[in-house]
Write a protein that binds this ligand. Sequence first.
Ligand code: GDP
Ligand code: MG
Length: 192
Amino acid sequence: RDSCVSDSSDSVISSGSDSEGQVYKVVLLGEQGVGKSSLARIFGGVEDGHDCDETGNTYDRSFEVDEEEASILLYDIWEQDNSQWLKEQCMRIGDAYIIVYSVTDKSSFEKASELRIQLRRARQSENIPIILVGNKSDLVRSREVSVDEGSACAVVFDCKFIETSANLHHNVRDLFEGIVRQIRLRKDSKEE
Ligand code: GDP
Ligand code: MG
């Protein structure tokens, strides 16, 4: 099986020790071109020269949310290659998922629904945190998906919803804080 995996994705999938506190694995899903890598680079602080551990398409960063340190390993590997194996790994490894579509592209919105269904199938009994993200909210004139459609979809799929603009860095921090809060909520309810 190893032969069909590149070195980087192999190390990506086996990494993630939690020796010093839990590292949450968050996976970006969504059609090509919706802005996953742009969001990931902002998260990783690549654009502001932040010293983050960027290994291929994963971004490792710790930040404070509600006065508590959180460590996230963000995977931007969904389109790394077209192997079914990698897609299945993506569906398995995440502690949480960010499903991205572009508000300027209706078909990416429909694809997001498909991904949500696939994810539910892959992780049936688990209550995994998911945030549905409508990116490119700055492109007002070419919008094809309204805020209402996005949030209605999130209600149906029982997940959180946020619109972002990677270009304007709008709501990007809120997105990643939101995913940390979701993970903590689910974790707390499990421990009770
Ligand atoms: P990916 O294929 O999902 O990783 O998408 P990318 O991050 O590579 O982005 C695809 C294209 O969309 C690039 O040209 C980005 O500059 C552009 N893009 C990404 N996010 C935004 C956004 O919020 N607003 C606008 N206007 N363009 C964006
Ligand atoms: Mg990309």
